[in-house]
Design a protein around this ligand. Sequence first.
Ligand code: BEZ
Length: 235
Amino acid sequence: MENNNQTAMPRIGDPAPEFKAVTTQGEINFPQDYKGSWVILFSHPADFTPVCTSEFMTFASMEDKFAKANCKLVGLSVDGLYSHIAWLRTIKEKIEYRGMKNVEVKFPLIEDITMNVAKQYGMIQPGESSTKAVRAVFFIDPKGIIRTIIYYPLSLGRNFEELYRVLIALQTADAFSIATPADWQPGDDVIVPPAGSCGSAKDRMEGKEDMKCYDWFFCTKKIDKETVLKTVLKK
Ligand code: BEZ
């Protein structure tokens, strides 16, 4: 698909740029095919490289965990389809790494030799490499809106437990109209929106609401882990 705005960097809150692509699981129409689900669109620099191999094995091993949180995975590199197929076959048949073996990558891996998609999503960052995508991660919500963007350089493998934490935190913030503090994990206290009037600031400081206030603008409340997980995870 032609794109006239190939140098644009998408932003949080933007609709995910649309594209059609060939993948290891057939053609996809993005993000339309994913409406109703969260989706993580991520890029990697190249097939048959060690950091990327460790990442794919880790992400593929966690695919069910993401699926239970209504999230699908879609990978991309600027390699071609046959390279992708050969690399994924090698991973499944030959690579044993940190207790993972026979790992089958079932999520689609986009071929993007033209760099059309990579450029639409700001994945080509010439200061790092003009021939490979950086390690980009886009969290896109069920309405097709970009909700979080994280970029890593070529040398840095991602922490997939952190990506899972981000997904659950986004869903928890949506479901309970709260925010999540530094290092939040399900079961930790969450942050309630700041008081909107002098009266409610006073009530909060006097302990009239079911919250813990560190000051009038910084109040937290409990949402237990079970409630969080029951809300965001499919049965
Ligand atoms: C890697 O995945 O190992 C890698 C890819 C490109 C540059 C550096 C490392």
